[in-house]
Design a protein around this ligand. Structure first.
Ligand code: NAG
Ligand code: NAG
Ligand code: NAG
Ligand code: NAG
Ligand code: NAG
Length: 240
C-alpha cells in the first residue's frame, strides 16, 4: 500500500504550516538566516547545513539536512541509523511532527529489512521529547515458532503483517499502546519476538487500528524540544 510514491504524495499533501513570518531572517542569531526546505521554513533553533560554507550555525542536535529539497531531515543520535523526516514545525509550540525513517524504510523494503530496526526513543537527541499525547505502535519480529504462538493468542490488538525482517522472520504489529514515561513496555513482550516501539499520533477517539499500521507510521508523531540551556556549558566548565 505505502510505496515510495505514496510517501512523496503524502509529503505534498500534508502541508499546513502558515506562511513564514515576515522578518524571520532578522531573528536569526550567529549569522544564520531562515531557509526553506521543501515546504518547511527552517529557522532558529533549527538550521540547515550549508555544504558550500561548511559552517555551523548552532547546536548539532538542531542541524537539519535538506533531502533533494523535498523534505528536511533530523539526524539519529545513533550513528549509522536512519533519522527522522520532518513533516511540520510549530515554532510557537516548540513542537514538530516527524516520521522515523528507519520504520518507513521497513515498510518500503521489498526484500525485508536491512540491518537493525531501533526503538525510536533511542535515536532522539537530548533536546527532543516524545509528546506524551502520542500512542505507541509495537513491531514484533518473530521466529516462525513464535509467530505460530502469537497467531494462536487470538489477541485482537495483535495483527500479522506481510513485513519481514530476515529470512525466516514473521512480523506482527500492535497499536494503541499508551505512552509510558518510564519507557517500560515489558508487559507487551512476546516470547521469541524482538519488539520495536515507535510513537504514532493518537486519533481524536483515542483508538487506533493495527490494520492501519502503514498509515500510522507514515503520519509520524509529535516531538517537542526544550529551549537551549544557555547556562549549562558554563556550569559544566566550572564543575570540572
Ligand atoms: C509543497 O511542496 C510540493 C512539492 O514539494 C508542491 O507541489 C506544493 O505546491 C507545495 N505546497 C505549498 C503550499 O507550498
Ligand atoms: C528478525 O527475526 C529473525 C528471526 O528470529 C532474525 O533472524 C533476525 O535477525 C531478526 N531481525 C532483526 C532486525 O531483529
Ligand atoms: C533463506 O533461507 C533458505 C532456506 O533456509 C535459503 O535457501 C535461501 O537462500 C535464504 N535466502 C536468503 C536471502 O538468505
Ligand atoms: C525496544 O524497546 C523494547 C521495549 O522497551 C525492548 O524490549 C527492546 O529490547 C528494545 N529494542 C531494541 C532494539 O533496543
Ligand atoms: C480494523 O480495521 C479492519 C479493516 O478495516 C476491520 O475489519 C476491523 O474490524 C477493525 N478493528 C477494529 C477493532 O476496529
Amino acid at each position: 500500500m505505502a510505496s515510495t510514491s505514496c510517501w512523496f504524495l503524502f509529503f505534498a499533501s500534508v502541508w499546513w504550516l502558515p506562511p513564514m513570518l515576515a522578518g524571520a531572517e532578522e531573528q536569526q542569531g550567529e549569522g544564520c538566516s531562515a531557509k526553506r526546505c521543501g515546504n518547511i521554513t527552517i529557522s532558529d533553533p533549527f538550521w540547515l547545513a550549508d555544504q558550500e560554507a561548511a559552517r555551523s550555525c548552532g547546536s548539532q542536535d538542531y542541524e537539519v539536512t535538506c533531502h533533494n529539497n523535498r523534505f528536511p531531515g533530523l539526524r539519529s543520535s545513533v550513528p549509522g541509523s536512519s533519522g527522522f523526516a520532518i513533516i511540520d514545525i510549530s515554532y510557537e509550540e516548540k513542537s514538530l511532527r516527524v516520521v522515523d525513517r528507519g520504520h518507513l524504510e521497513l515498510l518500503q523494503a521489498s526484500e525485508g529489512c536491512q540491518g537493525m530496526i531501533l526503538n525510536t526513543s533511542v535515536k532522539l537527541a537530548e533536546p527532543f521529547r516524545i509528546d506524551p499525547g502520542n500512542l505507541n505502535l509495537i513491531l514484533y519480529n518473530c521466529t516462525e515458532e513464535a509467530a505460530v504462538a502469537a497467531a494462536a493468542r487470538r489477541d485482537r490488538e495483535l495483527m500479522q503483517t506481510s513485513l519481514r525482517c530476515g529470512n525466516k522472520s514473521k512480523m506482527f504489529v500492535r497499536t494503541g499502546v499508551r505512552y509510558d514515561v518510564t519507557g517500560n513496555y515489558g508487559r507487551y513482550a512476546l516470547e521469541g519476538c524482538d519488539a520495536v516501539v515507535t510513537p504514532v499520533l493518537g486519533s481524536s477517539s483515542g483508538q487506533t487500528n493495527a490494520s492501519d499500521y502503514e498509515q500510522l507510521i507514515n503520519d509520524g508523531f509529535l516531538l517537542s524540544w526544550d529551549p537551549l540551556p544557555l547556562a549549562a556549558p558554563a556550569l559544566r566548565i566550572m564543575l570540572v
